[in-house]
Design a protein. Structure first.
Length: 126
């Protein structure tokens, strides 16, 4: 079972994604902003079992690119999936090694991308 950190400030959207992801991959922990996410990542017990972070490009607090940069300083190899509007600029994440999933997307696409990222992470660790 995987542990996924979902950073999403929309309670309805987050609930749907948690249900979808949790039924397939296991433990999904949701926080509403970047500050909460970074606080969780500072906890060794949580950080040690974390497999993937899913965040939006536009999130509360410091914003997606700055959040990913902070995340990279703490957990350099952790996979990050950025849910972004079509007008988001991937160049803002230059060198951050993130995967983009443009909105709108269906549940099947979300599960496929998440599954591939978790599989790639498992292969990299093995």
């Amino acid at each position: 079972m995987a542990t996924i950190l979902l950073v999403d400030d929309d309670p309805l959207q987050a609930s749907l994604m948690m249900s979808l992801l949790g039924s397939r991959f296991g433990n999904v922990c949701r926080v509403s902003d970047a500050a909460e996410a970074l606080c969780l990542i500072e906890q060794p017990e949580f950080a040690g079992k974390l497999d993937l972070v899913i965040t939006g490009h536009h999130i509360l607090g410091i914003g997606g690119p700055a959040f990913v940069a902070e995340l990279r300083s703490r957990k350099p190899g952790l996979p990050v999936l950025v849910l972004a509007a079509k007008d988001a600029a991937p160049s803002e994440y230059s060198g951050a090694h993130v995967v983009f999933l443009p909105r709108p997307f269906g549940g099947d696409k979300m599960l496929a991308v998440t599954g591939q990222m978790l599989s790639d992470q498992t292969k990299a660790v093995a």
